[in-house]
Design a protein around this ligand. Structure first.
Ligand code: GLU
Length: 556
Protein backbone atom coordinates (compact mmCIF):
# COMPACT_ATOMS: atom_id res chain seq x y z
CA UNK A 1 0.00 0.00 0.00
CA UNK A 2 1.11 3.52 -0.71
CA UNK A 3 1.22 4.88 2.80
CA UNK A 4 2.27 8.36 1.76
CA UNK A 5 -0.80 8.60 -0.43
CA UNK A 6 -3.00 7.17 2.30
CA UNK A 7 -1.63 9.72 4.78
CA UNK A 8 -2.39 12.57 2.38
CA UNK A 9 -5.90 11.28 1.81
CA UNK A 10 -6.60 11.02 5.52
CA UNK A 11 -4.94 14.27 6.53
CA UNK A 12 -5.09 16.57 3.50
CA UNK A 13 -4.88 19.68 5.68
CA UNK A 14 -1.81 18.66 7.62
CA UNK A 15 1.10 20.46 6.00
CA UNK A 16 3.52 20.71 8.90
CA UNK A 17 6.08 17.99 9.54
CA UNK A 18 7.01 16.47 12.89
CA UNK A 19 10.42 18.16 12.53
CA UNK A 20 8.77 21.55 12.29
CA UNK A 21 6.75 20.84 15.40
CA UNK A 22 9.83 19.53 17.21
CA UNK A 23 11.59 22.80 16.43
CA UNK A 24 8.93 24.63 18.42
CA UNK A 25 9.65 22.50 21.46
CA UNK A 26 13.40 22.51 21.89
CA UNK A 27 15.15 20.54 24.62
CA UNK A 28 14.94 22.53 27.81
CA UNK A 29 18.09 24.16 29.08
CA UNK A 30 18.13 23.05 32.67
CA UNK A 31 20.82 22.08 35.16
CA UNK A 32 22.09 18.52 35.07
CA UNK A 33 19.63 16.15 36.75
CA UNK A 34 16.77 18.64 36.71
CA UNK A 35 13.42 16.93 36.49
CA UNK A 36 10.49 18.06 34.42
CA UNK A 37 7.20 16.84 35.83
CA UNK A 38 3.56 17.58 35.36
CA UNK A 39 0.14 16.75 36.50
CA UNK A 40 -2.44 16.31 33.83
CA UNK A 41 -5.92 16.26 35.34
CA UNK A 42 -9.13 16.11 33.39
CA UNK A 43 -11.37 19.12 33.94
CA UNK A 44 -14.24 17.28 35.56
CA UNK A 45 -14.88 19.74 38.39
CA UNK A 46 -13.66 17.21 40.90
CA UNK A 47 -10.14 16.83 42.21
CA UNK A 48 -9.57 13.62 44.12
CA UNK A 49 -7.75 13.95 47.43
CA UNK A 50 -5.52 11.11 46.21
CA UNK A 51 -4.44 13.39 43.36
CA UNK A 52 -2.53 15.45 45.87
CA UNK A 53 -0.04 12.60 46.22
CA UNK A 54 1.30 12.57 42.65
CA UNK A 55 1.00 16.36 42.62
CA UNK A 56 3.18 16.64 45.71
CA UNK A 57 5.70 14.13 44.39
CA UNK A 58 5.89 15.97 41.05
CA UNK A 59 6.23 19.36 42.70
CA UNK A 60 8.95 18.19 45.09
CA UNK A 61 10.96 16.29 42.50
CA UNK A 62 10.91 19.19 40.06
CA UNK A 63 11.66 21.92 42.54
CA UNK A 64 14.25 19.98 44.53
CA UNK A 65 16.19 19.40 41.33
CA UNK A 66 15.92 22.88 39.83
CA UNK A 67 13.51 21.57 37.23
CA UNK A 68 10.07 22.50 35.98
CA UNK A 69 6.63 21.51 37.16
CA UNK A 70 3.69 22.25 34.93
CA UNK A 71 -0.06 21.82 34.68
CA UNK A 72 -1.63 20.34 31.59
CA UNK A 73 -5.36 20.02 31.20
CA UNK A 74 -6.47 16.79 29.58
CA UNK A 75 -9.85 17.66 28.14
CA UNK A 76 -10.05 15.09 25.37
CA UNK A 77 -13.17 13.58 26.85
CA UNK A 78 -15.61 16.42 26.31
CA UNK A 79 -18.51 14.38 27.70
CA UNK A 80 -17.03 14.59 31.19
CA UNK A 81 -15.99 18.20 30.97
CA UNK A 82 -17.35 20.76 33.38
CA UNK A 83 -17.33 24.47 32.69
CA UNK A 84 -14.72 26.38 34.70
CA UNK A 85 -13.07 23.19 35.92
CA UNK A 86 -9.57 24.24 34.89
CA UNK A 87 -9.89 27.38 36.98
CA UNK A 88 -11.17 25.25 39.85
CA UNK A 89 -8.16 22.93 39.61
CA UNK A 90 -5.61 25.75 39.62
CA UNK A 91 -7.38 27.41 42.51
CA UNK A 92 -7.64 24.35 44.68
CA UNK A 93 -4.03 23.33 44.07
CA UNK A 94 -2.85 26.84 44.74
CA UNK A 95 -4.72 26.69 48.05
CA UNK A 96 -2.55 23.70 48.96
CA UNK A 97 0.60 25.54 47.97
CA UNK A 98 1.15 23.38 44.88
CA UNK A 99 2.82 25.95 42.65
CA UNK A 100 3.37 25.42 38.96
CA UNK A 101 6.12 26.99 36.92
CA UNK A 102 4.25 26.57 33.68
CA UNK A 103 1.00 25.54 32.18
CA UNK A 104 -2.63 26.48 32.48
CA UNK A 105 -3.28 29.28 34.94
CA UNK A 106 -6.37 31.31 35.78
CA UNK A 107 -4.91 34.07 33.61
CA UNK A 108 -4.17 31.84 30.64
CA UNK A 109 -1.17 29.81 29.58
CA UNK A 110 2.25 30.47 31.05
CA UNK A 111 5.36 28.98 29.49
CA UNK A 112 6.89 28.24 26.11
CA UNK A 113 5.78 24.62 25.76
CA UNK A 114 2.06 25.18 25.30
CA UNK A 115 -0.68 25.23 24.53
CA UNK A 116 -1.19 23.29 27.74
CA UNK A 117 -4.80 22.31 27.11
CA UNK A 118 -5.13 19.26 24.93
CA UNK A 119 -8.18 20.44 22.99
CA UNK A 120 -6.00 23.28 21.69
CA UNK A 121 -3.37 20.86 20.41
CA UNK A 122 -5.40 18.88 17.92
CA UNK A 123 -3.36 20.15 14.95
CA UNK A 124 -0.19 18.93 16.61
CA UNK A 125 -1.57 15.44 17.21
CA UNK A 126 -2.63 15.26 13.59
CA UNK A 127 0.91 15.95 12.40
CA UNK A 128 2.17 12.94 14.33
CA UNK A 129 -0.85 10.87 13.38
CA UNK A 130 -0.13 11.53 9.73
CA UNK A 131 3.48 10.53 10.27
CA UNK A 132 2.41 7.20 11.74
CA UNK A 133 0.21 6.56 8.71
CA UNK A 134 3.12 7.42 6.41
CA UNK A 135 5.26 4.94 8.32
CA UNK A 136 2.65 2.22 7.88
CA UNK A 137 2.06 2.10 11.63
CA UNK A 138 -1.48 3.45 11.72
CA UNK A 139 -4.68 2.84 9.80
CA UNK A 140 -8.18 4.29 9.64
CA UNK A 141 -11.33 2.57 10.77
CA UNK A 142 -14.52 3.95 9.35
CA UNK A 143 -16.95 3.28 12.16
CA UNK A 144 -19.08 5.48 14.28
CA UNK A 145 -17.95 6.26 17.78
CA UNK A 146 -20.77 4.07 19.08
CA UNK A 147 -19.29 1.12 17.23
CA UNK A 148 -15.89 1.97 18.65
CA UNK A 149 -17.37 2.19 22.12
CA UNK A 150 -18.81 -1.27 21.66
CA UNK A 151 -15.40 -2.47 20.65
CA UNK A 152 -13.90 -0.93 23.74
CA UNK A 153 -16.53 -2.53 25.91
CA UNK A 154 -15.63 -5.90 24.41
CA UNK A 155 -11.98 -5.28 25.21
CA UNK A 156 -12.91 -4.41 28.78
CA UNK A 157 -15.00 -7.54 29.09
CA UNK A 158 -12.02 -9.52 27.88
CA UNK A 159 -10.15 -8.43 30.99
CA UNK A 160 -12.59 -10.45 33.06
CA UNK A 161 -11.98 -13.95 31.84
CA UNK A 162 -15.17 -15.72 30.92
CA UNK A 163 -15.43 -19.49 30.37
CA UNK A 164 -14.96 -18.97 26.66
CA UNK A 165 -12.19 -16.44 27.04
CA UNK A 166 -9.84 -18.24 24.69
CA UNK A 167 -12.39 -18.34 21.87
CA UNK A 168 -13.37 -14.76 22.54
CA UNK A 169 -9.76 -13.65 22.44
CA UNK A 170 -9.31 -15.36 19.09
CA UNK A 171 -12.48 -13.72 17.77
CA UNK A 172 -11.31 -10.32 18.98
CA UNK A 173 -7.95 -10.80 17.40
CA UNK A 174 -9.53 -11.85 14.10
CA UNK A 175 -11.78 -8.79 14.16
CA UNK A 176 -8.73 -6.64 14.76
CA UNK A 177 -6.85 -8.21 11.86
CA UNK A 178 -9.90 -7.69 9.63
CA UNK A 179 -10.02 -4.02 10.62
CA UNK A 180 -6.46 -3.66 9.40
CA UNK A 181 -7.33 -4.98 5.94
CA UNK A 182 -8.68 -2.47 3.48
CA UNK A 183 -7.95 -1.12 0.06
CA UNK A 184 -7.15 2.38 -1.02
CA UNK A 185 -10.37 2.39 -3.06
CA UNK A 186 -12.43 1.63 0.02
CA UNK A 187 -10.82 4.52 1.88
CA UNK A 188 -11.41 6.81 -1.07
CA UNK A 189 -15.08 5.84 -1.19
CA UNK A 190 -15.60 6.31 2.54
CA UNK A 191 -13.96 9.72 2.46
CA UNK A 192 -15.91 10.73 -0.61
CA UNK A 193 -19.12 9.79 1.22
CA UNK A 194 -18.03 12.13 4.01
CA UNK A 195 -17.56 9.35 6.54
CA UNK A 196 -15.36 9.93 9.53
CA UNK A 197 -12.62 7.59 10.66
CA UNK A 198 -10.87 6.67 13.85
CA UNK A 199 -7.16 6.07 13.65
CA UNK A 200 -5.57 2.95 15.10
CA UNK A 201 -1.92 2.09 15.65
CA UNK A 202 -0.99 -1.43 14.61
CA UNK A 203 0.26 -3.43 17.57
CA UNK A 204 3.50 -5.25 16.89
CA UNK A 205 3.94 -7.00 20.22
CA UNK A 206 3.92 -10.65 21.08
CA UNK A 207 1.91 -11.17 24.27
CA UNK A 208 3.96 -14.29 24.97
CA UNK A 209 6.99 -12.07 25.29
CA UNK A 210 7.68 -9.81 28.20
CA UNK A 211 9.93 -6.82 28.46
CA UNK A 212 11.52 -5.15 31.42
CA UNK A 213 10.82 -1.63 32.48
CA UNK A 214 11.74 0.22 35.64
CA UNK A 215 9.07 1.96 37.61
CA UNK A 216 10.56 4.43 40.05
CA UNK A 217 8.68 3.04 43.04
CA UNK A 218 7.72 -0.43 41.95
CA UNK A 219 11.17 -1.34 40.69
CA UNK A 220 11.82 -3.49 37.65
CA UNK A 221 8.63 -4.79 36.15
CA UNK A 222 8.24 -7.45 33.52
CA UNK A 223 5.24 -6.70 31.40
CA UNK A 224 3.88 -8.31 28.25
CA UNK A 225 4.37 -6.64 24.90
CA UNK A 226 1.35 -4.91 23.48
CA UNK A 227 -0.59 -6.91 20.93
CA UNK A 228 -3.73 -4.76 20.83
CA UNK A 229 -4.14 -2.04 18.28
CA UNK A 230 -4.34 1.33 19.99
CA UNK A 231 -6.90 3.98 19.16
CA UNK A 232 -4.95 7.16 18.47
CA UNK A 233 -7.69 9.45 17.25
CA UNK A 234 -11.40 9.13 17.75
CA UNK A 235 -13.63 9.81 14.75
CA UNK A 236 -13.99 13.46 15.77
CA UNK A 237 -10.23 13.77 15.36
CA UNK A 238 -9.65 14.12 19.11
CA UNK A 239 -6.81 11.97 20.44
CA UNK A 240 -7.10 9.31 23.11
CA UNK A 241 -5.20 9.65 26.35
CA UNK A 242 -2.57 7.20 25.08
CA UNK A 243 -1.65 9.17 22.00
CA UNK A 244 -1.87 12.59 23.66
CA UNK A 245 0.29 11.36 26.52
CA UNK A 246 3.07 10.29 24.16
CA UNK A 247 2.97 13.43 22.02
CA UNK A 248 2.59 15.91 24.87
CA UNK A 249 5.03 14.46 27.32
CA UNK A 250 7.60 14.20 24.57
CA UNK A 251 7.13 17.72 23.23
CA UNK A 252 6.83 19.32 26.63
CA UNK A 253 10.03 17.51 27.55
CA UNK A 254 8.65 15.73 30.59
CA UNK A 255 11.41 13.67 32.17
CA UNK A 256 9.28 11.92 34.80
CA UNK A 257 5.72 10.79 34.26
CA UNK A 258 4.19 10.37 37.70
CA UNK A 259 0.62 9.17 37.64
CA UNK A 260 -1.93 6.86 39.19
CA UNK A 261 -1.44 3.12 39.20
CA UNK A 262 -4.58 2.68 37.10
CA UNK A 263 -2.40 3.57 34.09
CA UNK A 264 0.02 0.73 34.63
CA UNK A 265 -1.92 -1.74 32.44
CA UNK A 266 -1.67 0.76 29.57
CA UNK A 267 2.08 1.07 29.88
CA UNK A 268 2.86 -1.50 27.13
CA UNK A 269 0.77 0.58 24.74
CA UNK A 270 2.61 3.74 25.73
CA UNK A 271 6.02 2.17 25.36
CA UNK A 272 5.01 1.02 21.88
CA UNK A 273 3.76 4.47 20.89
CA UNK A 274 6.91 6.21 22.09
CA UNK A 275 8.92 3.76 20.02
CA UNK A 276 6.75 4.24 16.92
CA UNK A 277 7.06 7.97 17.24
CA UNK A 278 10.82 7.82 17.78
CA UNK A 279 10.53 9.53 21.16
CA UNK A 280 12.77 8.86 24.13
CA UNK A 281 10.76 7.15 26.86
CA UNK A 282 10.36 9.22 30.04
CA UNK A 283 10.87 7.70 33.47
CA UNK A 284 7.66 6.39 34.97
CA UNK A 285 6.30 6.27 38.47
CA UNK A 286 2.93 4.72 39.16
CA UNK A 287 1.50 5.70 42.49
CA UNK A 288 -0.84 3.25 44.17
CA UNK A 289 -4.31 4.51 44.81
CA UNK A 290 -5.23 5.88 48.18
CA UNK A 291 -6.95 3.26 50.29
CA UNK A 292 -9.25 3.42 53.28
CA UNK A 293 -10.40 0.83 55.76
CA UNK A 294 -14.03 -0.20 55.46
CA UNK A 295 -16.33 -1.16 58.34
CA UNK A 296 -14.82 -4.66 58.40
CA UNK A 297 -11.26 -3.45 58.44
CA UNK A 298 -10.63 -4.35 54.80
CA UNK A 299 -8.66 -2.07 52.54
CA UNK A 300 -10.77 -0.33 49.91
CA UNK A 301 -10.05 2.27 47.32
CA UNK A 302 -11.01 5.76 48.50
CA UNK A 303 -13.68 6.18 45.90
CA UNK A 304 -15.14 9.36 44.53
CA UNK A 305 -18.28 8.93 46.58
CA UNK A 306 -16.48 8.48 49.90
CA UNK A 307 -16.45 11.31 52.38
CA UNK A 308 -13.14 13.06 52.11
CA UNK A 309 -12.41 11.93 48.56
CA UNK A 310 -12.78 15.41 47.15
CA UNK A 311 -9.78 17.59 47.88
CA UNK A 312 -12.05 20.59 48.25
CA UNK A 313 -13.81 18.86 51.18
CA UNK A 314 -10.76 19.57 53.33
CA UNK A 315 -10.88 23.27 52.64
CA UNK A 316 -14.57 23.30 53.44
CA UNK A 317 -13.98 21.31 56.64
CA UNK A 318 -11.43 23.92 57.64
CA UNK A 319 -8.21 21.95 57.41
CA UNK A 320 -5.20 24.15 57.18
CA UNK A 321 -3.42 23.55 53.86
CA UNK A 322 -0.06 23.26 55.61
CA UNK A 323 -1.48 20.48 57.78
CA UNK A 324 -2.75 18.58 54.76
CA UNK A 325 0.67 18.98 53.12
CA UNK A 326 2.36 17.63 56.24
CA UNK A 327 0.01 14.70 56.35
CA UNK A 328 0.57 13.86 52.69
CA UNK A 329 4.32 14.00 53.19
CA UNK A 330 4.04 11.76 56.26
CA UNK A 331 2.39 9.14 54.08
CA UNK A 332 4.71 9.64 51.14
CA UNK A 333 8.05 9.37 52.88
CA UNK A 334 8.46 6.96 55.78
CA UNK A 335 11.24 9.01 57.37
CA UNK A 336 9.42 12.33 57.25
CA UNK A 337 8.00 12.26 60.77
CA UNK A 338 11.37 11.50 62.28
CA UNK A 339 12.97 14.30 60.29
CA UNK A 340 10.24 16.70 61.30
CA UNK A 341 10.63 15.82 64.98
CA UNK A 342 14.29 16.78 64.64
CA UNK A 343 13.51 19.88 62.60
CA UNK A 344 10.32 21.19 64.17
CA UNK A 345 10.70 24.70 62.81
CA UNK A 346 10.98 23.59 59.21
CA UNK A 347 8.22 22.78 56.77
CA UNK A 348 7.87 19.87 54.39
CA UNK A 349 9.40 22.04 51.68
CA UNK A 350 12.74 21.88 53.51
CA UNK A 351 12.62 18.09 53.77
CA UNK A 352 14.85 16.14 51.39
CA UNK A 353 12.08 14.18 49.74
CA UNK A 354 13.29 10.93 48.26
CA UNK A 355 11.74 8.46 45.86
CA UNK A 356 13.60 5.66 47.64
CA UNK A 357 11.62 6.19 50.82
CA UNK A 358 8.28 5.82 49.07
CA UNK A 359 6.27 2.72 49.69
CA UNK A 360 5.28 0.71 46.64
CA UNK A 361 2.15 -0.58 48.28
CA UNK A 362 0.41 2.76 48.55
CA UNK A 363 -1.05 4.80 51.30
CA UNK A 364 -3.85 4.24 53.74
CA UNK A 365 -6.02 7.22 54.48
CA UNK A 366 -6.54 7.77 58.19
CA UNK A 367 -8.47 10.80 59.37
CA UNK A 368 -7.27 10.37 62.97
CA UNK A 369 -3.72 10.68 61.80
CA UNK A 370 -4.60 13.74 59.74
CA UNK A 371 -6.17 15.29 62.81
CA UNK A 372 -3.09 14.57 64.92
CA UNK A 373 -0.82 16.11 62.34
CA UNK A 374 -3.17 19.08 62.03
CA UNK A 375 -3.31 19.71 65.77
CA UNK A 376 0.45 19.82 65.83
CA UNK A 377 0.70 22.18 62.91
CA UNK A 378 -1.94 24.55 64.30
CA UNK A 379 -0.39 24.50 67.76
CA UNK A 380 2.81 25.93 66.34
CA UNK A 381 1.17 28.79 64.51
CA UNK A 382 1.05 32.30 65.95
CA UNK A 383 -2.22 33.87 67.01
CA UNK A 384 -2.05 36.10 63.93
CA UNK A 385 -1.59 33.09 61.65
CA UNK A 386 -4.52 31.30 63.24
CA UNK A 387 -6.58 34.45 62.87
CA UNK A 388 -5.79 34.63 59.17
CA UNK A 389 -6.61 30.97 58.69
CA UNK A 390 -9.86 31.09 60.62
CA UNK A 391 -11.06 34.31 59.04
CA UNK A 392 -10.17 33.01 55.57
CA UNK A 393 -12.13 29.86 56.27
CA UNK A 394 -15.09 31.67 57.88
CA UNK A 395 -15.33 34.16 55.03
CA UNK A 396 -16.79 31.54 52.73
CA UNK A 397 -18.04 28.90 55.16
CA UNK A 398 -19.46 30.96 58.03
CA UNK A 399 -19.94 34.59 56.98
CA UNK A 400 -21.70 35.55 60.23
CA UNK A 401 -18.75 34.46 62.31
CA UNK A 402 -16.41 36.11 59.83
CA UNK A 403 -18.12 39.46 60.51
CA UNK A 404 -17.86 38.99 64.26
CA UNK A 405 -14.25 37.90 64.11
CA UNK A 406 -12.96 40.59 61.83
CA UNK A 407 -14.85 43.40 63.57
CA UNK A 408 -12.05 43.44 66.16
CA UNK A 409 -8.90 41.66 65.09
CA UNK A 410 -6.92 42.60 68.20
CA UNK A 411 -9.60 41.14 70.46
CA UNK A 412 -9.72 37.89 68.48
CA UNK A 413 -5.94 37.61 68.47
CA UNK A 414 -5.74 38.11 72.22
CA UNK A 415 -8.11 35.15 72.61
CA UNK A 416 -6.11 33.03 70.20
CA UNK A 417 -2.87 33.93 71.99
CA UNK A 418 -3.93 32.13 75.18
CA UNK A 419 -1.60 29.20 75.80
CA UNK A 420 0.25 29.78 72.54
CA UNK A 421 3.96 30.14 71.94
CA UNK A 422 5.36 28.20 74.90
CA UNK A 423 7.34 24.99 74.78
CA UNK A 424 4.15 22.96 75.14
CA UNK A 425 1.51 24.82 73.18
CA UNK A 426 -2.13 23.79 73.51
CA UNK A 427 -3.43 21.46 70.86
CA UNK A 428 -7.03 22.50 70.90
CA UNK A 429 -7.94 22.39 67.28
CA UNK A 430 -7.50 20.13 64.30
CA UNK A 431 -9.24 22.48 61.88
CA UNK A 432 -10.06 26.15 61.56
CA UNK A 433 -13.67 25.08 62.00
CA UNK A 434 -12.84 23.91 65.55
CA UNK A 435 -11.84 27.43 66.53
CA UNK A 436 -15.35 28.84 66.60
CA UNK A 437 -16.71 26.51 69.31
CA UNK A 438 -13.47 27.07 71.21
CA UNK A 439 -13.73 30.84 71.30
CA UNK A 440 -17.41 31.57 70.71
CA UNK A 441 -18.17 32.29 74.39
CA UNK A 442 -15.99 35.37 74.13
CA UNK A 443 -18.65 36.89 71.92
CA UNK A 444 -21.94 37.78 73.55
CA UNK A 445 -23.81 37.02 70.35
CA UNK A 446 -22.52 33.42 70.41
CA UNK A 447 -22.32 32.83 74.15
CA UNK A 448 -24.51 29.95 75.34
CA UNK A 449 -24.53 27.99 78.58
CA UNK A 450 -23.53 24.50 77.50
CA UNK A 451 -22.58 22.76 80.73
CA UNK A 452 -24.60 22.84 83.96
CA UNK A 453 -23.05 23.35 87.38
CA UNK A 454 -21.90 20.06 88.95
CA UNK A 455 -24.99 18.24 90.19
CA UNK A 456 -23.19 16.66 93.16
CA UNK A 457 -22.34 19.99 94.75
CA UNK A 458 -24.57 21.95 97.04
CA UNK A 459 -26.32 24.80 95.25
CA UNK A 460 -25.98 27.10 98.22
CA UNK A 461 -22.23 26.53 98.32
CA UNK A 462 -21.98 27.31 94.63
CA UNK A 463 -23.99 30.47 95.17
CA UNK A 464 -21.81 31.53 98.09
CA UNK A 465 -18.67 30.89 96.10
CA UNK A 466 -19.88 32.89 93.10
CA UNK A 467 -21.04 35.68 95.34
CA UNK A 468 -17.72 35.89 97.14
CA UNK A 469 -15.86 35.79 93.86
CA UNK A 470 -17.93 38.62 92.42
CA UNK A 471 -17.32 40.72 95.52
CA UNK A 472 -13.57 40.26 95.60
CA UNK A 473 -12.70 40.11 91.90
CA UNK A 474 -10.27 42.80 90.87
CA UNK A 475 -9.24 43.04 87.24
CA UNK A 476 -5.82 44.26 88.31
CA UNK A 477 -4.92 41.22 90.36
CA UNK A 478 -2.05 39.19 89.05
CA UNK A 479 -2.56 35.47 88.57
CA UNK A 480 -1.21 34.57 92.03
CA UNK A 481 -3.38 37.09 93.85
CA UNK A 482 -6.36 35.96 91.77
CA UNK A 483 -5.79 32.35 92.71
CA UNK A 484 -5.22 33.16 96.39
CA UNK A 485 -8.68 34.67 96.43
CA UNK A 486 -10.15 31.47 95.00
CA UNK A 487 -8.41 29.54 97.76
CA UNK A 488 -9.81 31.86 100.40
CA UNK A 489 -13.29 31.39 98.98
CA UNK A 490 -12.82 27.63 99.04
CA UNK A 491 -11.97 27.77 102.70
CA UNK A 492 -14.96 29.90 103.64
CA UNK A 493 -17.40 27.37 102.16
CA UNK A 494 -15.71 24.34 103.69
CA UNK A 495 -13.67 23.31 100.65
CA UNK A 496 -9.94 22.54 100.78
CA UNK A 497 -7.55 25.38 99.82
CA UNK A 498 -5.41 22.92 97.92
CA UNK A 499 -6.35 19.92 95.87
CA UNK A 500 -3.73 17.81 97.58
CA UNK A 501 -5.18 18.59 101.02
CA UNK A 502 -8.50 17.30 99.79
CA UNK A 503 -6.92 14.17 98.38
CA UNK A 504 -5.28 13.38 101.72
CA UNK A 505 -8.53 13.72 103.66
CA UNK A 506 -11.50 13.76 101.34
CA UNK A 507 -14.03 13.26 104.14
CA UNK A 508 -12.97 16.47 105.87
CA UNK A 509 -13.97 18.71 102.98
CA UNK A 510 -16.95 19.18 100.67
CA UNK A 511 -14.63 19.77 97.76
CA UNK A 512 -11.48 21.70 96.89
CA UNK A 513 -10.27 24.87 95.23
CA UNK A 514 -10.45 23.20 91.81
CA UNK A 515 -14.20 22.83 92.26
CA UNK A 516 -14.51 26.50 93.10
CA UNK A 517 -12.58 27.40 89.96
CA UNK A 518 -14.94 25.13 88.10
CA UNK A 519 -18.03 26.98 89.39
CA UNK A 520 -16.54 30.26 88.29
CA UNK A 521 -15.49 28.83 84.95
CA UNK A 522 -18.93 27.46 84.18
CA UNK A 523 -20.50 30.74 85.27
CA UNK A 524 -18.23 32.83 83.06
CA UNK A 525 -17.71 30.64 80.00
CA UNK A 526 -20.75 28.37 80.11
CA UNK A 527 -18.48 25.35 79.90
CA UNK A 528 -16.57 22.94 82.02
CA UNK A 529 -13.49 23.26 79.84
CA UNK A 530 -12.03 26.50 78.66
CA UNK A 531 -8.69 28.12 78.06
CA UNK A 532 -6.89 29.53 81.11
CA UNK A 533 -9.62 31.12 83.22
CA UNK A 534 -7.54 34.00 84.51
CA UNK A 535 -6.67 34.99 80.94
CA UNK A 536 -10.26 34.52 79.84
CA UNK A 537 -11.46 37.02 82.46
CA UNK A 538 -8.78 39.52 81.53
CA UNK A 539 -9.98 39.45 77.95
CA UNK A 540 -13.67 39.55 78.81
CA UNK A 541 -13.12 42.46 81.19
CA UNK A 542 -14.53 43.05 84.66
CA UNK A 543 -17.97 44.12 83.55
CA UNK A 544 -18.76 41.13 81.39
CA UNK A 545 -17.13 38.70 83.81
CA UNK A 546 -19.26 39.93 86.69
CA UNK A 547 -22.34 40.15 84.53
CA UNK A 548 -22.05 36.50 83.59
CA UNK A 549 -21.49 35.47 87.18
CA UNK A 550 -24.61 37.30 88.25
CA UNK A 551 -26.58 35.69 85.47
CA UNK A 552 -25.34 32.23 86.49
CA UNK A 553 -26.30 32.85 90.09
CA UNK A 554 -29.79 33.77 89.02
CA UNK A 555 -30.09 30.45 87.19
CA UNK A 556 -29.21 28.41 90.26
N1 GLU B 1 -5.69 12.65 32.63
C1 GLU B 1 -5.05 11.56 33.31
C2 GLU B 1 -5.78 11.31 34.60
O1 GLU B 1 -6.45 12.21 35.08
C3 GLU B 1 -3.62 11.88 33.58
C4 GLU B 1 -2.76 10.76 33.90
C5 GLU B 1 -1.31 11.18 33.75
O2 GLU B 1 -0.81 11.84 34.68
O3 GLU B 1 -0.69 10.88 32.74
O4 GLU B 1 -5.72 10.24 35.15
Amino acid sequence: MDYLKLADMLFPDVKLTPEEIEARYPERTLPEGAKVTRIAPSPTGFFHFGGLFPATVCERLAHQSGGVFYLRIEDTDSKREVEGAAAFITKILDYYGIRFDEGVTAEGDKGAYGPYTQSQRVDIYHVFAKKLVQDGKAYPVFSTDEELDELKALDKKAEIKSVNWEEEAVARREAMIRRREFTMEQVEAELAAGHKFALFAIADGDPEKKFKITDLVKGTLEIPENDEDVVLLKSDGIPTYHFAHAVDDHLMRTTHVIRGEEWLPSLPKHVMLFRYLGFRLPKYMHIAQLMRLDENGNKKKLSKRDMGANLDDYRRMGYCPAAVNEYVMTLLNSNYEEWHAQNPEKTYLDFPFSIKKMSASGCLFDIEKLNDVSKNVLSKMTAAEIFDGVSGFAKTEDPGFYETLTADRAYAESILAIGRGGAKPRKDFATFADVKPYMSFFYDGYFTREDPMPQDKDKEDIKKALDAFAKTYDGNDDQTAWFEKLKDIAETIGYARETKLYKKAPDQYKGHVGDVASFVRIAVTGRQNSPDLYEVMKILGVKRTLGRIKEAEALL
